[in-house]
Design a binder for this molecule. Structure first.
Ligand code: CA
Length: 227
């Protein structure tokens, strides 16, 4: 379970979010102003930061950049603002996820869990799935000892999937994580990259002995063939 800091000026929402996440077993703390939030995030970085953009003292996007300058903590922006420019600016500013209020409890739980997994996974030195090895630090991937010649985005896609072996990852989540772009803008980009990645892994879609599995309507899964 994780330590979560909630920066939100609306007392009712702050309490609801904290209570809900505490119910999931997380430890929550909260601040109601941007400055206090920044102080708390800096003094003792949480595992996940939930950030409201409409704060009384600081512009939320500015606060996000300040937080980013001191810590890599996964940030989930939870806000009433739903205009495209703000969403793009938030991802540009370093947000890991963006949710427009109101959000359901189960969805909040799921998004926070995903950020916790990602935060932990990114710290890993080596991700191993069967004969596939991915090293996020030097950005190197090998299959059965052979170095894979991947583009930057292909590597990011593979690393993201390798951090979640056996899990069906939604294409929009993969796109949001790798391209830092909001859901709904993924288009064919993901499919094109999965297709080139599959070729570089030496796989065909109908191969039984393969790592990459596309689940129609659900997403994509990386799994060791013998699993
Ligand atoms: Ca607010």
């Amino acid at each position: 379970m994780a330590r979560i800091l909630v920066i939100e000026d609306d007392q009712r929402i702050r309490e609801l979010v904290c209570q809900h996440l505490a119910g999931d077993g997380h430890t929550t703390t909260s601040e109601s102003t941007g400055l206090d939030g920044l102080r708390a995030a800096t003094a003792d970085p949480p595992d996940v930061l939930i950030l409201d953009l409409g704060l009384p003292d600081l512009e939320g996007l500015d606060l996000l950049k300040m937080v980013r300058s001191v810590t890599d903590v996964p940030v989930l922006v939870l806000t009433a603002r739903e205009d495209e420019l703000t969403i793009l600016a938030a991802f540009e500013g370093g947000a890991d996820d963006y949710v427009v209020k109101p959000v359901s409890g189960p969805q909040l739980s799921a998004r926070v869990s995903a950020l916790i997994r990602r935060g932990g996974a990114d710290k890993a030195d080596l991700l191993r799935v069967g004969g596939l090895e991915v090293r996020p630090g030097p950005r190197e991937a090998t299959l059965e000892g052979q170095v894979l010649d991947l583009t930057a985005k292909e590597f990011d896609v593979l690393a993201y999937l390798a951090a979640r072996p056996g899990t069906v990852v939604r294409k929009e989540d993969l796109h949001a994580a790798v391209w830092k772009a909001p859901a709904g803008t993924e288009g064919r980009t993901i499919d094109v990259h999965l297709s080139t990645l599959r070729k570089k892994l030496g796989e065909k879609p109908d191969d039984e002995h393969r790592y990459l599995h596309t689940i129609i309507g659900a997403g994509v899964r990386l799994q060791a063939p013998e699993d």
